[in-house]
Design a protein around this ligand. Structure first.
Ligand code: FAD
Length: 599
């Protein structure tokens, strides 16, 4: 029963008019800006610096160097560096997405605690709470929504907390009676996925479910729900979380797992980053590694709209027949230029087996050579799974797969997928996602789905990310997903559709490097039109919290569906005063857009 109905049924409703406004509401809060006279003194900051072992750092915004001299060599070098995700990750002042036209542009905090452990984090949390400061947390810095930066804030920066330890017999604390020991990996919350894969797969020959992009942070991804290339088999990354160490808004260091603080544990599994506390450490399930993994990459161009419509229709049927299972993940793209681009991965198949899967489709395409051109020789095959994220092996065998950090002295493991380069330092023009229900793959719905994909592709390129929908996954993966905070729509979706557009590094007010507002707004309108065509066949599908529209309407339902009321309650329980507020995060509806004022 809510408070309003309680007052009514107890007969106290008539007293409402006499109550001072806000008597029962949460008190208003206004976080301090740097210009506020109550902003902490130098001495207070020094005390925090002492408490965190000298790891309080001022945050210098490198883009300032361009304001007065945009033509300078230093400014050019900076914009070149902004295409390197490791440069960005190593700098507390910038973020992997630099902004979003008409939404946000990255802004530095005033100070950052470059945390080394949970005690540093607790000191920063206590300082922010006592001094009424806006607090932000940054791990890998990949938030599209700008949730890891805010001006006039104190930043908790976890970049240096990247220890990785593999354990053969991990039991979550307090779970001895219910949980058998199992193989697990414990990661500092500032680790990025490549560091996890290097330790677990390349070095130990095992598997941990993480994200596709090598430079995404482990804590941000787990709290998003998280999908990697092979999630159609292993499930959501968050579902593999066994335990987290979390610093709550009260400054307490808590353990969250299935047996201890289990409600907080559930919220951390997909309830959204930067919302329930600061995660300092994560322990994830480790699985066996199949012998092979591989991919299928090629592009087919249709000679006319009609031929393209037929191609899409054929692909939809082929996907349902041959690829709608836990072996195949990643993407197919449908573009306004009548191209179908296949960029998929598989696991457990050898080269011959994977090529055989595609034969019927490629045969169908080849039969209509007047209508279709295969733009590049199909690359379909396998490799030892153990080397999937092995920078050295890839360099030797697939030298174009990874891009390496060009800075002198950089670790040879500082690599990122060539396919992700377009997103480094990018400014988003438009971005929307939608879970596509598997019912659209039924025989009598395939035509409808194909027509919607064609119609959507007239406005903007549409990507179907098959590994980000769990229909077709093993039942264990689906059951585990149900035990997370993510929108249950993920369990019935065969793919997450993403329509997005943007540009390379840019920043408002820097001549020669400004976001293209006119193009950006037009692209955003096309993204919207495109997605509306898909929404027409998948109404109420929901969106993935971390890969979605900044302007998502009804974000609570879109991101979390029926799980939102529970998340909202947990937000009140663990962070009643909104120390952790992020754009479109749980509880953010009570705060102004800048996260400084509780209404
Ligand atoms: C290029 C690119 C590729 C991507 N690829 C994938 C993909 O393959 N699969 C997928 O599922 N998603 C993907 N994403 C989305 C990504 O998973 C989310 O944006 C994720 O939240 C990023 O985490 P981060 O630590 O890198 O980012 P951050 O911006 O540092 O953090 C994201 C959010 O989590 C919070 N947060 C970070 N660390 C902590 C912590 N220790 N404790 C509490 N809160 C914390 C931040 O405050 C912020 O709100 C991608 C994003 C980009 C930009």
């Amino acid at each position: 029963m809510n408070r309003r109905s309680f007052l009514k049924s107890s007969g106290a409703g008539s007293l409402l008019g006499l109550s001072p406004r806000g008597l029962f509401a949460s008190p208003a809060i206004r976080r301090l800006r740097r210009s506020d006279p109550r902003w902490p003194s130098k001495e207070a900051w020094k005390r925090l610096n002492d408490a965190v072992g000298g790891n309080l750092i001022p945050v210098d915004f490198p883009i300032n160097a361009c304001t007065s001299s945009p033509e300078s060599a230093a400014c050019k070098a900076l914009f070149a560096n902004l295409k390197n995700p490791y440069y960005i990750g190593d700098n507390p002042a910038v973020t992997q997405t630099l902004g979003w036209v008409d939404a946000w542009a990255t802004q530095p905090s005033v100070h950052a605690v470059a945390a080394r452990n949970a005690a540093d984090i607790a000191a920063a949390v206590n300082f922010a709470r006592k001094n009424n400061l806006r607090l932000v947390i940054k791990g890998g810095g990949h938030s599209y929504q700008g949730t890891s930066n805010a001006p006039d804030s104190l930043l908790i920066w976890t970049r240096h907390m990247h220890d990785v330890t593999i354990q053969s017999d991990f039991v979550p604390r307090g779970c001895r009676a219910t949980h058998a020991p199992q193989r697990a990996v414990t990661l500092g919350s500032g680790a990025i996925w490549l560091q996890a894969y290097d330790a677990v797969t390349t070095k130990a020959g095992a598997y941990v479910q993480g994200g596709g992009c090598t430079t995404v942070g482990v804590a941000g991804l787990i709290q998003s729900g998280g999908f990697g290339s092979f999630s159609k088999h292993y499930g959501m990354a968050a579902a593999g979380l066994l335990e987290a160490e979390v610093v709550t808004a009260a400054g307490e260091v808590r353990i969250a797992n299935a047996c201890t603080n289990s409600d907080l544990f559930w919220a951390l599994k997909g309830g959204g980053g930067g919302t329930f506390g600061v995660v300092s450490r994560l322990t994830l399930r480790v699985r066996d590694l199949p012998e092979f993994a591989g991919g299928a990459n090629f592009t087919v161009k249709a000679s006319s709209d009609e031929a393209y419509r037929r191609l899409i229709r054929r692909f939809v049927g082929f996907y349902r027949e041959a690829l709608f299972n836990d072996q195949w993940g990643e993407q197919a793209h449908f573009s306004p230029h009548n191209k179908l681009e296949i960029s998929m991965v598989h696991l457990g198949l050898d080269t011959q087996q994977s090529q055989k899967v595609w034969q019927p489709f490629l045969h169908w395409v080849a039969q209509s050579s007047a209508a279709y051109t295969i733009e590049s020789e199909p690359g379909i095959g396998s490799m030892p799974f153990r080397h999937w994220w092995d920078a050295g092996w890839r360099h030797e065998h697939h030298s174009d797969a990874f891009i390496a950090d060009p800075r002198s002295g950089a670790s040879p493991n500082n690599v990122w997928w060539d396919g992700d380069s377009g997103q480094v330092g990018c400014v988003i023009w438009g971005y929307e996602s939608l879970w596509m229900p598997a019912s659209l793959l039924e025989d009598d719905s395939q035509e409808k789905l194909a027509n919607a994909l064609f119609a959507a592709s007239r406005f903007s390129e549409v990507g179907l990310h098959f590994n980000k929908g769990l229909a077709g996954a093993p039942s264990e993966a689906i059951e585990a997903a149900k035990n997370t905070a993510m929108n249950p729509a993920v369990c019935h979706a065969f793919a997450l559709a993403i329509v997005a557009d943007g540009q390379g590094p840019a920043y408002p007010g820097i001549p020669g490097h400004e976001p293209d507002l006119a193009k950006g707004r037009e692209a955003a309108a096309n993204v919207r039109r495109s997605m509306n065509e898909l929404r027409a066949v998948a109404p109420g599908g929901g969106a993935y919290v971390s890969e979605s529209n900044f302007f998502e309407s009804d974000f609570q339902h879109s991101y979390w569906g029926t799980n939102y009321p529970r998340l909202a309650e947990l937000k009140k329980k663990y962070d009643p005063d909104g120390l952790f507020i992020v754009h479109n995060g749980a509880g953010s509806e009570h705060w102004t857009a800048d996260g400084f004022t509780r209404r």
